[in-house]
Ligand binder design. Sequence first.
Ligand code: SF4
Ligand code: SF4
Length: 463
Amino acid sequence: MNAEAPPSPERSRFGFLHPADVRGVWNRRRQGVFAVLLLVYLLLPWLKIGGQQAVLLDIVHRRFTIFGLALWAHDAPKLFLLLAASAFALCFATALWGRVWCGYACPQTVFVTAVFRRIERAIEGNHLARLRLDGQRLSTEWLLKKALKWLAFLAVALVLAHSFLAYFVGTERLKVAVLQDPAANWTLFVAMVLITTFVLVDFAWMRERLCFTLCPYGRFQTVLMDRHSKAIVYDETRGEPRRGAPAAAGWAQGDCVACDRCVQVCPTGIDIRQGVQMECIACTACVDACDEVMVKLAKPKGLIRYDTEAGLAGEPHRTVRPRPALYLGLTAAFAGVLAALLVLRSDLDVVTFRAGGAPYQEIRAEGAEPLVTNHLRFDLTNRTARDLQVRIDVSDELRAQGMAVVTAANPVALPARKEVRADLFVKFPKARLDFGKTPARLTFTTGEGRVETVDLTLVGPYQ
Ligand code: SF4
Ligand code: SF4
């Protein structure tokens, strides 16, 4: 496979590919999917569940909300399981249907095809008009159309960048920030400028070149596929010898009339008749283009089609195979462990650590038993959508032995899906110390009666 962009008759002098427009059943299906995905991308940040943004990836506060499921930084193993399950699901889809992700759901394809190329076509015309315009010397028409196009690109890039930010900072904060002076939110403003620039460079300038120069998925997808994986293929047996090619004695002319429509519509500028190539993003444009030609020639459709290597060789198709089964099994395993962890996880998460400063303090009072205090700190996380009241105490047995918890507020108010830091002192008789240490068990009881316990070692003077 060749990683270099192959030469194409549809490439302008600026290196831009201008694929010809295509009509057909596959194109209609893709446009429908693109419309749904674009709507989801733009509207999802505005969707609320129980008064909270349905999808919010709050990196600054290390809190991630995904359709009511709240995860924090210490839930990193669950995030890993989610990513692993998604990655193996993609491997499974690739093993069965080839680069269906590239052709239908990759943001690169969706934004370039459904947004940026549409704008370009509306302003500069069809691919021939665009090629002519790019071939022109500086002219008023050239300047006007290019300026208008890049202004429209900029406007769209701004919308996409703001939508992207809404997933990370929340729509409420974004609405406020948009109306304020950029200096009041300069980190957000810089992020917005960087994302807008990225959108313009990637979707408006690089386009499909990113797919075969930078995208790692395109490079290893052949490893994920086998003879029975679907791909966009050219039926060489039926098509060759194509029109104009010398046919061996006794051979009938093939169905390919060498019209090159399949090459003209290809957004990556390849010729699918040369076999399955890394640059093919399975966009199906060549399938529609060739079917249109075949219909005009009153020949059966499908000279270029979704098929498998085995199918082209006349072998029966096998859906159940070791490779997809392995990927499906790994997807189910990771998803299963994740589901189990989520079902079994507690409503309350407690992380304990020592506050800074001296590890203990000794309290001596005339005529009273000497006491020792330890200053501790707790991060309490409410994983539920309900507000909780959390009472912190020591176990009954320790309380009977004179150990007690001292806090500014007990119970601690813990709002839904929020993390609260609590400071507390544990006070105990010095006599409990054994070589400067004593074990303790703290209990965290919610108003609903659920109890979390934390075992720790308290410290004091060695003697
Ligand atoms: S569109 Fe079909 S007939 Fe035309 S060149 Fe391509 S494969 Fe051949
Ligand atoms: S070869 Fe066909 S399916 Fe592949 S990228 Fe080109 S037009 Fe799309």
